[in-house]
Ligand binder design. Structure first.
Ligand code: FAD
Length: 341
């Protein structure tokens, strides 16, 4: 007999969404998070319409700025695709975490401030540092220590990309997420409060945030100096050999990540959480592997396709002009990703 039906390791969006789905399914669930309090993290902070709908459905009330679409800019041109499935939301990462923590507390799920160490699998359960659970969800992030410990890590992609983000104390000038393209980096501008915008830079090149922002002179001029600290993350691309190892299921970034290019991380984390809990409740954890592929297919194909194409300099230069010439195709791509899973 296990102490718990489900132990969730990692209290980010994936782990807390898993806890909410598990509580809803009547499982005895507990979350372990190694960092205390409300957790901040490098993130573009744009919740796509699918993420907003999935969080609403879980009773997670996020506060932020409505996002009405995506705009691509290259210094000379600007092309916009409005969201068709209702607005997304720009939400400070700390506000998102606080809202998730509140919902988890309201559902009666304990979140313990502790890190998971040694994991041992048995025929009928999993032992993590002396606590036993019928199943474990590893939602321990991009560099998932449990994925590595389970031998599910695969070789990293050669052209590693990184993300850096900062905030600027300025009123948002648009309700669109702006993606500014330059030859070696993209800058994602997301309104997150009436007096605050976030800028996340994604690039394969090393360097401080200020020098990356310098590639976008008009944007730098507009936002001025960062307010608060710069956070970073990467390498972004992470692969897992499998999403399931016995009674352990990988959810969120731990299960594999392509890139932040399409801003889908939180939407995927919530969709994966739902699929993982459904498989556990059914007593078929192995089924999650198939469901994970289904839930992430649109994102993996479009993000990997866009990422691969924009690594080639002439294609990268032609991207915004092409989107301008083919606005229907651009809008269809944006809305394929933005719609609820
Ligand atoms: C630059 C950048 C921009 C992005 N922009 C967007 C965007 O605009 N929109 C969007 O939806 N997504 C975006 N993403 C992706 C999004 O941030 C992630 O997909 C999301 O945070 C995944 O959540 P997670 O819970 O899987 O991982 P995390 O949020 O990383 O949470 C994992 C948690 O596990 C904990 N942990 C790790 N090891 C242990 C352990 N041994 N024991 C206990 N706890 C542990 C960590 O402390 C952490 O809190 C972006 C990412 C980056 C890097």
């Amino acid at each position: 007999m296990s102490d718990l039906d489900l132990l969730v390791v990692g209290g980010g969006p994936a782990g807390l969404a898993t806890a909410l789905h598990a509580a809803r399914a009547g499982l005895d669930v507990e979350v372990w998070e190694q960092r205390p309090g409300v957790v901040d993290k490098a993130c573009g902070e744009g919740l796509m319409p699918g993420a907003v709908a999935a969080l609403d459905d879980l009773g997670v009330r996020t506060v932020g700025q409505d996002l009405t679409g995506i705009r691509y800019l290259d210094g000379r041109r600007c092309v916009a695709a409005p969201f068709r499935a209702g607005p997304g939301r720009g939400v400070r990462r700390t506000a998102l975490h606080a809202a998730l923590r509140d919902a988890v507390a309201a559902a009666g799920v304990p979140v313990r401030h502790r890190g998971a160490g040694r994991l041992v699998q048995h025929a009928d359960g999993v032992d993590v540092d002396g606590t036993t659970a019928a199943h474990v969800v590893a939602a321990d992030g991009l560099h998932s220590p449990l994925r590595r410990a389970l031998g599910l890590e695969t070789r990293r992609h050669a052209a590693a990309r990184f993300g850096l983000r900062a905030h600027f104390a300025t009123a948002p000038w648009t309700s669109y997420v702006e993606v500014h393209w330059s030859p070696g980096a993209e800058a994602y501008v997301t309104p997150v409060a009436p007096d605050l915008v976030g800028v996340a830079v994604l690039t394969a090149e090393r360097g401080p945030f200020a020098s990356h922002l310098g590639r976008f002179p008009a944007l730098r001029e507009r936002v001025g100096e960062p307010a608060g600290e710069v956070l970073g993350a990467g390498p972004l691309r992470q692969r897992a050999r499998s999403r399931v190892a016995g009674r352990v299921l990988l959810v969120g970034d731990a299960s594999g990540y392509v890139d932040a290019l399409t801003g889908e991380g939180v939407a995927l984390a919530v969709a994966q959480a739902r699929a993982a809990v459904a498989a556990i409740v059914e007593g078929r954890p192995d089924r999650y592997e198939r469901d994970w592929h289904e839930v992430t297919r649109r994102y993996r194909w479009l993000t990997a396709g866009l990422l691969g194409a924009t690594r080639v300099p002439p294609i990268r230069r032609a991207l915004v002009p092409a989107a301008e010439r083919l606005p229907g195709v651009f809008a269809a791509a944006v809305n394929t990703l933005a719609r609820p899973a």
